[in-house]
Design a protein around this ligand. Structure first.
Ligand SMILES: [Zn+2]
Length: 235
């Protein structure tokens, strides 16, 4: 009974190790790392984009305002010029209007160069926002692609794990409860490996050799354990 139980425990260990490997694979998919990189870059990019967009908005508002002022100056100038050239004013009034027109022309010139300068400032920022947006969009698409691929891998791995778990339920049945309890305790303490196959005088758990005396002592116990790592030995 004991021997049967021990051999069955080796099957349980084998299935558990396969499940552990699948869980490890589930957590370390290359796409997962790539997804994290894309996610982090997207966070940084979103911040840069909102900053650049805010700068662009300020510049555009400034530009619109200056353009509006330029239009107002132009219509005021036109109105003054019309009155000046109509020639129905007194000499003093005409002189006053002439000076006014001159001043408005100066103001218009200054505003024109201001509008042009603002346009020069707006263009590169608008280009920046555009290229940030393009990078943003491609990262969003990349993330979606990675997410789909990860989900597909997880689906496959989870199905494999479910199959192994089903087989484990069967494999556990013939194992005595006390032995199973020891097995679970050891698995938790020994990086998932509780059982070592004992072959050619070497423990399969820690790969250390047992002397003939140690071997006799270990194998004569009710549950054989390695003298070095204390794992269960299955001869
Ligand atoms: Zn050992």
């Amino acid at each position: 009974m004991e021997l049967t139980s021990l051999a069955d425990l080796l099957d349980v260990q084998d299935l558990d190790s396969q499940i552990d490997r699948l869980l490890e694979e589930r957590q370390s998919l290359p796409d997962l790392a790539a997804y994290k990189v894309a996610h982090d870059e997207l966070e940084v990019l979103s911040k840069e984009m909102s900053e650049a967009s805010a700068t662009l908005r300020t510049l555009e508002l400034d530009f619109d305002k200056s353009e509006g002022e330029l239009e107002m100056l132009e219509s005021k100038l036109k109105e003054h010029e019309t009155r000046l050239f109509a020639g129905s004013m007194s000499g003093r009034e005409t002189e006053h209007m002439r000076l006014e027109v001159e001043s408005l022309r100066g103001q218009r010139e200054a505003m024109e160069s201001r509008v042009l300068k603002l346009l020069d400032n707006v263009d590169p920022v608008r280009e920046d926002v555009g290229s940030l947006q393009a990078r943003h969009d491609s990262l969003v698409a990349e993330k979606a692609r990675l997410e789909a691929s990860i989900k597909e891998d997880w689906k496959r791995i989870d199905a494999e794990i479910a199959r192994k778990e089903e087989r484990k339920v069967e494999a556990i049945k013939p194992v005595e409860p006390d032995l199973l309890k020891l097995y679970e305790t050891l698995r938790a303490a020994k990086e998932g490996v509780a059982v070592g196959r004992f072959e050619n005088g070497v423990c399969g758990g820690c790969n250390m050799a047992l002397s003939p005396a140690e071997r006799d002592e270990a194998l004569s116990a009710e549950i054989p354990r390695c003298v070095h790592c204390r794992r269960i030995l299955v001869a």
